[in-house]
Every structure is written in structure tokens, then in C-alpha cells.
Ligand binder design. Structure first.
Ligand SMILES: NC(=O)c1ccc[n+]([C@@H]2O[C@H](COP(=O)([O-])OP(=O)(O)OC[C@H]3O[C@@H](n4cnc5c(N)ncnc54)[C@H](OP(=O)(O)O)[C@@H]3O)[C@@H](O)[C@H]2O)c1
Length: 221
């Protein structure tokens, strides 16, 4: 499947804006989704003003996903249940990339805080969107890196899904972003470990002032 058009649900936050920028710079037509159409449009307008020539527009989430090849879920974890319920039918049969990492902070440290009813956000998304092809990805790539478009990205994108073909399609999409490598991370059950790694990265960034950590997998051969 050739992917040319991509929507980002919750695309107005730092992670969504960073992904929108990187995908648009890779030549995709990107729709920045929001609960408020005008907010999505404002983010897209600002992006085009700063980076003329990018094919980016904004819309309300449900409209944003209507006519694209792939949908990225970049909403705040607390919005997951309501957003999945409202978009479930529209996402049926579609390729969906979940980037959500639910975290809680205790004694100054981030820890993985799985949503009620699942061991990870990825597994919740897959269970709720049973008619979609859900892939976890970009969970360990920080927004700060994605938004710093004058610097090359550094890190691997761990791609997990119970649908092996969907993993391959998302890996090919990742490869269109310069400097990023996709690593096939197997079934969606591994999302719980990947989301845990993100908690560690957040803690490393706090401990090492000014750090924007990500991970790279060694020894793949
Ligand atoms: N920031 C990072 O470095 C990073 C790294 C890896 C993964 N992630 C994950 O990526 C996702 C986005 O991260 P972010 O930092 O961009 O998050 P964010 O700024 O907290 O939220 C992203 C967007 O979600 C929407 N939203 C907020 N509350 C909502 C609700 N109750 N219901 C529906 N939508 C809601 C908002 O969009 P509208 O108001 O426009 O609707 C908001 O702009 C998160 O799940 C995060 O765990 C982030």
C-alpha cells in the first residue's frame, strides 16, 4: 500500500506537531486533527508559515481521518477512551499508528501507568479498535527531537503490532523520515515494555539537564 496522506488525531500537541512536520517534510499530505477545527487549522497555518511549501492543513479529528491512508493517534492519554469510542467506526479497516504513552509521576519519577483494562495503551487501542490495523510506533522518539527540524533525528522507532504486514507498512513509512530506522518489535504485547522505556527516557532527561534521549537497538545483525 502506498501511503501519501496521513492524519494526526490530537495533532496540535508537541508530539503530533513534530510528527506532522517530519511527515510533511518527507512529502506526505498531512492533516492536523483537533477536537476544535479552528485549533487544528491554526497549527497547520503556523507550520506552513514557518515552512512554506509543506502540504499541511487542519481539521476536526473526525473530518481529519476521513480521506487519508494512515491515521496517527497522538492524543493525551486521558483522552484515549472517549476519542477511541467516537472514532472507532471511522477507523474500521484503517491503518492506525498509536504513539500514546500513559505515564504517572511519583516521588519525582515517571512510571508507566497502563490504562484501566489493559497492560499498555497500545493493547487498549488494539482491543478497542478491533476492526483496525493498529501499530505502536514513535513511542520512544521525543517531541523535542521531532520539532528540532534543523537537527537530524537520533534513534530507532520500535514498531509493534499483531499484524505483521501492518508492521512492515509502518516500517516503510518510518524509513521515509531521514535518520530514523524502524525496528520490528513484534506483537502488540511488547507495547507495555516500550512504554516503560519511555518512562525511563523521561527520567533520564530530567536527571541529565538538557538531554533529549531516545534509544537505538544494537546487535540486530
Ligand atoms: N511529548 C513527547 O515527547 C511524547 C513522546 C512519546 C509519546 N508521546 C505520546 O504522544 C501523545 C501526544 O503527546 P503530546 O505531548 O503532544 O500530548 P498533549 O500535548 O498532552 O496532547 C496532545 C493533544 O491531545 C488532545 N487532547 C488533550 N486532552 C484530550 C482529551 N481529554 N480528549 C481528546 N483529546 C485530548 C489535545 O488536542 P486538541 O485540544 O487540539 O483536541 C492535545 O493538543 C501522548 O499520548 C504522549 O504520551 C509523547
Amino acid at each position: 500500500m502506498s501511503i501519501a496522506r496521513l492524519a494526526i488525531v490530537g495533532g496540535t500537541g508537541p508530539q503530533g506537531r513534530g510528527l506532522a512536520l517530519r511527515f510533511a517534510m518527507a512529502g506526505l499530505a498531512v492533516v492536523v486533527g483537533s477536537r476544535e477545527r479552528t485549533k487544528g487549522q491554526g497549527v497547520a497555518d503556523a507550520m506552513r508559515a514557518k515552512h512554506p511549501g509543506l502540504d499541511v492543513r487542519g481539521d476536526e479529528n473526525a473530518a481529519a481521518i476521513a480521506d487519508v491512508d494512515v491515521v496517527v493517534l497522538a492524543i493525551a492519554p486521558e483522552g484515549l477512551d472517549a476519542t477511541l469510542a467516537s472514532l472507532r467506526d471511522g477507523l474500521a479497516g484503517r491503518l492506525v499508528i498509536d504513539v500514546v504513552v500513559p505515564l504517572a509521576f511519583r516521588d519525582g519519577l515517571a512510571e508507566h501507568a497502563p490504562p484501566a483494562g489493559a497492560a499498555s495503551a497500545g493493547e487498549l487501542v488494539q482491543a478497542t479498535l478491533a476492526r483496525s490495523r493498529v501499530v505502536g510506533g514513535f513511542k520512544t522518539i521525543p517531541a523535542s527531537q521531532l520539532l528540532a527540524v534543523d537537527r537530524p533525528l537520533d534513534g530507532d522507532v520500535l514498531v509493534c503490532s499483531d499484524d505483521a504486514e501492518a508492521r512492515t507498512e509502518v516500517a516503510a513509512l518510518v524509513a521515509r523520515i531521514p535518520s530514523l530506522r524502524a525496528v520490528d518489535a513484534g506483537p502488540m504485547r511488547n507495547a507495555r515494555a516500550i512504554e516503560g522505556i519511555t518512562a525511563l527516557l523521561v527520567n533520564l532527561n530530567r536527571a541529565h539537564r538538557g538531554a533529549h534521549t531516545s534509544i537505538r537497538i544494537l546487535g540486530l545483525g
